[in-house]
Design a protein around this ligand. Sequence first.
Ligand SMILES: *[C@@H]1O[C@H](CO)[C@@H](O)[C@H](O)[C@H]1NC(C)=O
Ligand SMILES: *[C@@H]1O[C@H](CO)[C@@H](O)[C@H](O)[C@H]1NC(C)=O
Ligand SMILES: [Zn+2]
Ligand SMILES: [Zn+2]
Length: 468
Amino acid sequence: MPSLPLPLLLLLLWGVGSHGFPATSSGAQEQDTELVQNYLRKYYHLRTGTNRSGRQRSSSLVTEKLKQMQAFFGLKVTGKVDADTLTLMRQPRCGVPDVAPYALGERTLRWEHTHLTYRLENYTPDLPRADVDSAIDRAFQLWSNASALTFTRVFEGQADIMISFVRGDHNDNNPFGGPGNIIAHAFPPGGGIGGDVHFDEDKRWTKDFRSEYFNLYHVAAHEVGHSLGLMHDGDIESLMFSSYNYYGDNLLTQRDIDAIQALYGPSKNPIQPRERQVPQACESKLTFDAITEIRGELYFFKNRFFLRTRPFYKTGELGAITDFWVPLSRGVDAAYEVASRDEVFFFKGKASGVWGQGYPKDIYHSLGFPHTVKSIDAAVHEEETGKTYFFVASKYWRYDENTRSMDTGFPKEIAHGFPGIGKKVDAVFQERGFFYFFRGKRQYKFDPHTKRILTILNINSWFNCRNK
Ligand SMILES: *[C@@H]1O[C@H](CO)[C@@H](O)[C@H](O)[C@H]1NC(C)=O
Ligand SMILES: *[C@@H]1O[C@H](CO)[C@@H](O)[C@H](O)[C@H]1NC(C)=O
Ligand SMILES: [Zn+2]
Ligand SMILES: [Zn+2]
């Protein structure tokens, strides 16, 4: 037994304090303890001794490794197993450690030549072969576009980078399918197994976005990064972040480009990173497409994603829209909840739909908008009056949810009904009787009774951001 007996480690973890640790059954606690121990051993080289005098030292080692992990991911560094730490540890991730082995120190491995070969040894049955080829080829193109590297695909013999779909124990001392949630791994540059990429065939692979599936192009691009000598990056924005996040096809950030160019020099044909598709709760350039409360939680929609939080608790959580409503895979323009009927309405272009109720209707028949309206910028429901406000460019409409008809006398100018808000609204929601309007990087807290702006808030104010 190379590890501490479970109850002891459990004690140690509880002993070092578990403030904020969610209430769980003791079965779940044991699983968590095992998860923490395995995670730190695998990705942070935690070595737990078994002898008596070593026990004390092990407890502080666990704390130390926890701190290292929390610092790496930009979590609050507590050295304790808190909810954020556990959430992160449970995410599907790459099997490559987050810290370099001691033997390697600060040294990075790199290929001595910039023209490399790769070979795809087999295919996954999850996708047509052409889609697998395309995902792998694009993953290499991504890195050759950003650096002086060039790649040639070969179909026989030994290539620098051998790629395969394997399962379980596949004879490289890094079995898939064990505890944890590893989707793939790759080896740093070198001969033999060096540079090789293994995908877990027991995972489900896709070419686009589906929950419970992994996007092959995205995972391949990340793993090839390791094949070329890159380590994990604790910045969630980076392609080299160790947990799986689907971003859309726009993968490289400036950090990734800098990292690959530091090893191999710039591309002759430099590429610029484009704006990232995934919203980050604390980024300064954040804007939203739509915001609504749904059953007591706030959903902030951006592109194909949402950030979910509980008002006044500020625990942000990233999710993909298709996780809960497939017709919204292209994003949302506006959304609102009628809590009294437990209904949530979504809008995209001229389509409108109720969450969970099949496919969309159009805004002309269902709500009575004129055909001049092509899309809705924002919408908010006022529980008190049963009215819903729709914002379209500089105007707004008012809809009566009780009679299910548009009120007469609309549209009106936003400047008239909501003075100070400006000529266009990105998103709006209602919370405890106040309207919160979002426009660009600004947020306005508005009192609909007095028609006055109460405060101008930071756009991130609903999330727990450290560097306000
Ligand atoms: C027990 O563990 C301690 C601390 O890791 C170590 O210094 C010591 O040599 C170990 N003793 C034995 C008998 O292995
Ligand atoms: C690489 O660059 C070419 C030419 O600019 C472009 O067509 C291609 O889409 C790029 N590939 C990737 C994966 O970004
Ligand atoms: Zn990785
Ligand atoms: Zn392997």
